[in-house]
Design a protein around this ligand. Structure first.
Ligand code: PNS
Length: 177
């Protein structure tokens, strides 16, 4: 029987628990799932491509049919190169739908045989995005539970050490706050 290869493209700057939730769901319905990280020279990401790839590889290690790759240029061309017949995208809320529909239909115009499959992450991640994670972390907010512990650590290392995280703001014993 034909093996169904799907790609899950994105920036993943950084990966979130919502992404991992979708990868787990995708790994159950596709024979092979390739998490494809976009190399976008026009964007100035917080994490380098190498850092994003390394974090994604570490976090997807448990799934034997999931691998991580990097691509640039048109996603449909990359799909041909890796023999993918489907693209996995997540829809969190109705607000995602318009952009995702436009992209899916444009990709269909470019490559009529490539199917976009939408999946919904767990409700708990419906308000989660990489952009908000970056913003909250950079402003010293608590991102526990939104991203894996590895990403929490990497964000701490990345962000200016002078920015204090909430947990370090707790008054120390014996001191008046
Ligand atoms: O989750 P993101 O970061 O919004 O992912 C967007 C992504 C990478 C899926 C999209 O920008 C993309 O496919 N870029 C590659 C260039 C391309 O094919 N553009 C035409 C889209 S219709």
């Amino acid at each position: 029987m034909k093996k169904v290869i799907a790609i899950y493209p994105g920036s993943f700057d950084p990966l979130t628990n919502g992404h991992l939730d979708l990868i787990e769901r995708g790994s159950k319905i596709f024979d092979e799932l390739i998490v494809a990280i976009l190399r976008n020279p026009e964007k100035d990401p917080l994490f380098s491509l190498g850092e994003r790839r390394e974090m994604m590889e570490a976090m997807t290690e448990p799934w034997r049919n999931v691998r991580v790759d990097v691509f640039e240029g048109l996603m449909v061309d990359y799909a041909v190169r890796v023999k993918a017949s489907a693209v996995l995208r997540g829809i969190r809320a109705i607000s995602d739908y318009e952009y995702e529909l436009q992209m899916a239909l444009m990709n269909r115009k470019l490559s009529p045989t490539l199917e976009t499959v939408f999946m919904m992450p767990a409700e708990a991640y419906s308000y989660l995005s990489s952009r908000l994670v970056r913003e909250i972390a950079q402003l010293g907010g608590n991102i526990d539970g939104l991203v894996p512990e590895l990403v929490v650590q990497r964000l701490r290392e990345k962000i200016d050490p002078s920015i204090k995280f909430q947990e370090t703001r707790k008054p120390s014993k014996g001191k008046k706050s």
